[in-house]
Design a protein around this ligand. Structure first.
Ligand SMILES: Cc1cc2nc3c(=O)[nH]c(=O)nc-3n(C[C@H](O)[C@H](O)[C@H](O)COP(=O)(O)OP(=O)(O)OC[C@H]3O[C@@H](n4cnc5c(N)ncnc54)[C@H](O)[C@@H]3O)c2cc1C
Length: 242
């Protein structure tokens, strides 16, 4: 029997940094090995201005490989439609997501909050989003919650009738929350951030969906704490992944 849990609705996403081995020093020793050989680790930290300059130079001239010698693992909780976009990022990423075959999916669904711009204007690839009216927010919330409740009821009906989870899950919508581990390095993260955040200082503008941008922003904040020089250089050079 299913546990009959009532659906709950969320407007946020969560990102936890589970594990990391990622510092600016990792970039410096990888870059310096080409000139200093095995001495490079000792040389790091001896001259902070020179270290900052080297990271800026690598970023500006897009010498990307020194930014790969580090690792960050994030635990992300977000709607399935965000993960569909996320999993398109193939290079330098590893993913493991909770299974709808092996466990009963919990009824947690995404509903945009009052601050989510609801109305799309402009041409494909260059959309602008503007505020929805209170009525548009009311309709959106009511329609989503009603639809989510109906689909989760159908899911439970099938489970109660003995139907396999992998079959019954077909009725669940992409607004259902899922969770995954995502492991990346600074270079692959920068590529992701360049595409999944919208920033005025970006050399190449991007127009991501707001919900994946919410995930990207939380990841970027955690990464910036780990690798402040690298993050600052990324910002300075137009948020282009090296
Ligand atoms: C705003 C926005 C709108 C989008 N809209 C759509 C859409 O309408 N439909 C859709 O299908 N997708 C869409 N996407 C997804 C997009 O096409 C990419 O799949 C996604 O952004 C991942 O980018 P990527 O391939 O550069 O990343 P990764 O897969 O991480 O690859 C990183 C880099 O590695 C290199 N690389 C990786 N694989 C290959 C390969 N096979 N051959 C050659 N080089 C490779 C490339 O240089 C690539 O840039 C959209 C993405 C964004 C940001």
């Amino acid at each position: 029997m299913t546990d009959g849990t009532a659906p709950t609705f969320r407007s946020d996403v969560t990102v936890e940094l589970v594990r990391s081995a990622a510092t600016d020093t990792d970039v410096l020793w990888a870059a310096r090995v080409s000139t200093a050989g095995e001495q490079s680790i000792e040389a790091v930290g001896q001259d902070p201005a020179r270290s900052e300059g080297l990271i800026n130079y690598l970023m500006r001239d897009r010498h990307g490989t020194p930014f790969e010698h580090n690792s960050m693992t994030f635990l992300i909780s977000a709607p399935i439609f965000v993960f569909r976009e996320f999993h398109r990022h193939r290079s330098g990423w590893s993913y493991n997501e909770e299974s709808g075959r092996y466990r009963e999916l919990q009824p947690v669904f995404y509903v945009p909050d009052a601050g989510r711009k609801l109305v799309q204007q402009g041409r494909p690839g260059r959309y602008e989003f503007v505020e929805g009216t209170p009525e548009q927010h009311r309709v959106t919330t009511a329609a989503m919650e009603e639809s989510y409740r109906a689909s989760y009821r159908a899911y439970q009906e099938m489970l109660d009738a003995g139907v396999a989870r992998e079959v019954a899950r077909a009725v669940l919508p992409v607004g259902l929350f899922s969770s995954m581990y995502a492991t990346c390095n600074a270079r692959s993260l920068m590529h992701f951030l360049s595409l999944r955040t919208k920033r005025d200082n970006a050399t190449v503008p991007s127009f991501p969906q707001r919900e994946i941008e919410m995930v990207a922003e939380r990841m970027e904040a955690k990464w910036a704490e780990l690798m402040p020089l690298t993050h600052a250089a990324f910002e300075k050079h137009g948020r282009v992944a090296p």
